[in-house]
Write a protein that binds this ligand. Structure first.
Ligand code: MMA
Ligand code: CA
Length: 300
């Protein structure tokens, strides 16, 4: 019996164990079922994600392709721009070189211009000096021209006067030649080309003159030193043809001409406002009262 009890106890234990395993398996199955459900849901979600990712990938592929094309265009543009830039760089370098040459040329032209300016200024100053000198020479020339004209006019006048004097000289020479050989009337004395009457009696001046005029002559007019010396030798006092009678204050010869120059007055003469007639003395002329009776000298 004990053995059966033992066996029954064992079976009971085994049962409990199987029951426990079953429960545990059922729990496990439930968990697996739950996991399966959850995995199924997850798989559906993944499937959905996959689909959506596939669509996205296709879009990305499309974008990639379009970007690749764009990139290729950009690369091409980049290459062309690079080439263009290199050409520009080359142009820039060439323009820079050109600019430097122009700068150099500009500097040289500036220096040249400054030299020309300096030379221009100096020439302007020189021109102004020449202008001043020219003006002064022009004024001088005008003065000389004026003087020349005046001298020419003077020369012409002198030439005219010379011609007239030459003619007069020739006439006088002719007259002199005819007179020098002509003898004087009886009682008259020849001296050079004239004849003189020296009185041997005395009269006052006016009456002396009247005597000369009655003889067809007049009181002597003294024309030279030689004539003066000739007349001195005859008397101490002799009336000559010089008086103050017509015009008081100026000595006048009997031909109406005034005394020119200093005359041949004695020392201290003339000396009186009351002595208006002139006598010849051995010392020279003296003014004397016209009413005095003196010798006289006529000339023709
Ligand atoms: C002096 C002298 C003259 C003057 C006479 C008048 C002799 O000379 O004074 O000037 O005319 O006298 O008699
Ligand atoms: Ca006198």
């Amino acid at each position: 019996m004990q053995d059966i009890q033992a066996k029954c106890g064992n079976l009971t234990n085994q049962w409990s164990q199987v029951q426990s395993s079953y429960n545990s398996l059922a729990a496990e199955r439930d968990q697996l079922q739950s996991s399966y459900n959850s995995l199924t849901a997850e798989r559906d979600q993944l499937q959905s994600s996959y689909n959506s990712l596939t669509a996205e990938r296709d879009q990305l592929q499309s974008s990639y392709n379009s970007l690749t094309a764009e990139r290729d265009q950009l690369q091409s543009s980049y290459n062309s721009l690079t080439e263009e830039r290199d050409q520009l760089q080359s142009s820039y370098n060439s323009v820079t070189a050109e600019k430097d040459q122009l700068q150099t040329r500009n500097n040289s032209l500036t220096a040249e211009r400054d030299q020309l300016q300096t030379r221009y200024n100096s020439l302007t100053a020189e021109r102004d000096q020449l202008q001043t000198r020219y003006n002064s020479l022009t004024a001088e020339r005008d003065q000389l021209q004026t003087r020349y004209n005046s001298l020419t006019a003077q020369r012409d006048q002198l030439q005219t006067r010379y011609n007239s004097l030459t003619a007069q000289r020739d006439q006088l020479q002719t007259r002199y030649n005819s007179l020098i050989g002509k003898p004087c009337r009886p009682g008259w004395i020849k001296f050079n080309i004239s004849c003189y009457y020296i009185s041997t009696e005395t009269k006052e001046w006016l009456k002396s003159r009247q005597d000369c005029r009655d003889k067809g002559a007049d009181l002597v007019i003294v024309n030279s030193k030689e004539e003066q010396n000739f007349l001195i030798g005859f008397h101490d006092g002799t009336w000559i043809g010089l008086s103050n009678i017509p015009t008081v204050g100026r000595w006048m010869w009997v031909d109406g001409t005034f005394l020119v120059g200093a005359g041949s007055w004695s020392k201290g003469e003339p000396n009186s406002a009351n002595e208006d007639c002139v006598e010849m003395t051995p010392n020279g002329w003296n003014d004397h009262t016209c009413s005095t009776s003196l010798f006289w000298a006529c000339k023709e």
